[in-house]
Design a protein around this ligand. Structure first.
Ligand SMILES: *[C@@H]1O[C@H](CO)[C@@H](O)[C@H](O)[C@H]1NC(C)=O
Ligand SMILES: *[C@@H]1O[C@H](CO)[C@@H](O)[C@H](O)[C@H]1NC(C)=O
Ligand SMILES: *[C@@H]1O[C@H](CO)[C@@H](O)[C@H](O)[C@H]1NC(C)=O
Ligand SMILES: *[C@@H]1O[C@H](CO)[C@@H](O)[C@H](O)[C@H]1NC(C)=O
Length: 390
């Protein structure tokens, strides 16, 4: 979970009236055309019997945040949630947060008194680190996806959410898709519950995203299945080496130095990387990130924002390719896809996706996932990667 990115975007939004440059929207997913995402759904119907997996449409906000819709309780209360492979628990803001809680007040809040399926738990939760503060308590209710219902899901109702980063979030909360060890002891995480309750058949979920700037649809998450029609060729399987975050070993990351004809390698020697579906960046140890940004000619132009690097928009499509190597197979991205190209208030900005990690670990977020189809496989303890067929 990388909060810096969202904070950054929020600053941009506050600075200027943001023009997203998207005058039209292309729906690249034919099967979405009938769903608005907001229509009321009758959950008492027997439709769930015909589904043994779920397809969640992901939306993007400022090309930085990816979220889907979930409904909690009866009658259903709707939330925007980040489906986050780097988080264990699920949480939403609570109706019980005080009026001084700005981040909470700015978001949709769960009201247990209005849900007939709510069950109390009350165990307190809190988390505090250099980037965020959260506290709340556990509650239990039923979670509704478009076709499936997960009953008795334990989640956190947040009563305190630090101003930074949460007041800048478009999403209200998080559905944690990390391994169980990341979650509160004794609770069953959301996807584990789908498997336990046998509403999802396969213990696997799949992300594929698009890089189309003209749509607010970011892609899809398939809970309990794969969608191989969006994968080019055979998948490369990479073993999960830590079952908390989805951590795998990357052979290396290489960049061709255009001026010197030399290949520069980073993240060598059994380098571990975390797959993070909540961020749009690629983060790593500060010294390696600095060297990569130097190769791209990216500069820290804003002294007050030390974590972001920019390149000249005139040449952003001409920068070197970046290659990720897993199990000897190369996955290459062109700069026109990995550079985050945005236009605000008539001014263009071209950002490097490479940011230093406060935790000194490598995390691959949207800049990688927008090119590559990924299957997160619990049973085989591996991640399958292929080029995305858009
Ligand atoms: C959900 O909780 C209710 C009340 O405790 C219980 O009756 C029901 O069996 C539970 N359902 C599942 C699938 O755990
Ligand atoms: C609250 O949930 C936790 C985790 O599932 C469980 O261990 C605990 O017994 C529950 N407490 C109450 C009061 O239901
Ligand atoms: C995919 O895997 C199959 C079975 O291992 C193999 O026969 C085939 O050649 C592979 N295809 C490609 C494009 O690598
Ligand atoms: C880099 O390679 C190209 C094509 O092979 C060549 O024309 C150019 O002179 C090389 N540049 C350097 C600095 O070696």
């Amino acid at each position: 979970m990388i909060f810096l990115t969202r904070y950054f975007w929020a600053i941009l939004v506050i600075w200027g009236s943001f023009s997203t440059n998207s005058g039209f929207v292309i729906d690249i997913y034919r099967d979405d055309s009938s769903r608005s995402g907001n229509e009321l759904i009758d959950y008492s119907s027997a439709r769930k019997d015909t589904w043994d997996y779920e397809v969640v449409t992901l939306y993007k906000f400022l090309n930085a945040e990816y979220y889907g819709i979930i409904r909690i309780g009866r009658p259903a209360q709707e939330f925007k949630v980040v489906f986050d492979t780097a988080w264990g628990d699920s949480w939403v803001p609570s109706q019980h947060c005080g009026f001084t809680e700005l981040s909470c007040m700015l978001h949709k809040r769960y009201d247990s008194s209005k849900s007939s399926t709510y069950r109390e738990n009350g165990t307190l939760f809190s988390r505090k680190d250099s980037e965020l503060e959260l506290s709340g308590f556990l509650s239990v209710d039923n979670f509704h996806l478009e076709h499936l219902e997960v009953v008795n899901q334990t989640f956190i109702e947040m009563t305190h959410m630090s101003w930074k980063p949460f007041s800048f979030w478009k999403a209200d909360g998080i559905i944690g898709l990390g391994w169980k060890t990341l979650a509160i002891d004794g609770t069953v995480p959301f996807f584990y519950n789908m498997i336990k309750q046998k509403i999802a058949k396969q213990n696997i979920f799949t992300f594929y995203m698009n890089r189309d700037e003209t749509t607010n649809k970011a892609g899809k998450l398939i809970l309990g299945n794969t969608e191989r029609s969006h994968a080019k060729g055979n998948l490369t399987y990479v073993r999960v080496v830590k079952k908390g975050y989805w951590t795998i070993v990357m052979d290396r990351l290489t960049i061709e130095g255009k001026k010197t004809n030399k290949t520069y390698a980073f993240c060598k020697n059994n380098c571990q990387v975390v797959m993070d579906t909540s961020a749009n960046t690629i983060s790593g140890p500060a010294n390696e990130i600095q060297a990569i940004n130097n190769l791209l000619g990216a500069k820290q132009v804003w002294p007050y924002w030390p974590y972001k690097y920019m390149v000249h928009c005139r040449e952003y499509a001409l920068l070197p390719h970046v290659t990720f190597v897993f199990n000897d197979r190369e996955f290459t991205i062109e700069s026109k896809y990995y550079i985050q190209h945005v236009v605000y208030d008539g001014v263009e900005a071209c950002l490097s996706p490479f940011v230093p990690s406060p935790l000194d670990i490598w995390e691959l977020g949207g800049a990688f996932l927008m090119q590559f189809y990924t299957e997160f496989d619990f049973d085989n303890e591996r991640i399958g990667i292929a080029e995305t067929v858009f």
